[in-house]
Write a new protein. Structure first.
Length: 114
């Protein structure tokens, strides 16, 4: 292993640690009301992860690389789809319910029948 490869590994580790710390600090300070828009943004990031995994799978030469690429695509796609499902369910919670309006509509329909 030469010096250039070692420095590249340390730089990659440094960037990963910096991104993890920054992400933790940013997410920790997000108020609850902004959680749903933040989830939508993270779903976009998961889509980019799927594209990266597909690129890795496309360039895989050995069986191990192909398995890792396939698992990456599978997990990334599952994570993105699950994120959209959770976001949709959260948005449903913010919609007003029309239970009182439904009762009035049913009562009006029953009066028309009578």
């Amino acid at each position: 292993m030469d010096l250039a490869t070692t420095l590249t590994g340390f730089v990659a580790l440094y960037i990963f640690m910096l991104a993890a710390f920054t992400g933790y600090e940013i997410i920790g300070r997000v108020p609850a009301i902004l959680h749903t828009p933040l989830m939508s943004g993270s779903n976009f990031v998961h889509g980019i992860v799927v594209v990266g995994a597909m690129y890795a799978l496309l360039n895989a030469t050995s069986t191990v690389e192909q398995v890792i690429g396939f698992v990456g695509v599978l997990l990334g796609a599952g994570n993105a789809a699950g994120g959209y499902v959770v976001t949709e369910r959260m948005l449903e919670m913010f919609k007003p319910s029309n239970k009182a309006g439904d009762k009035k509509a049913k009562a009006a329909a029953e009066q028309k029948k009578a």
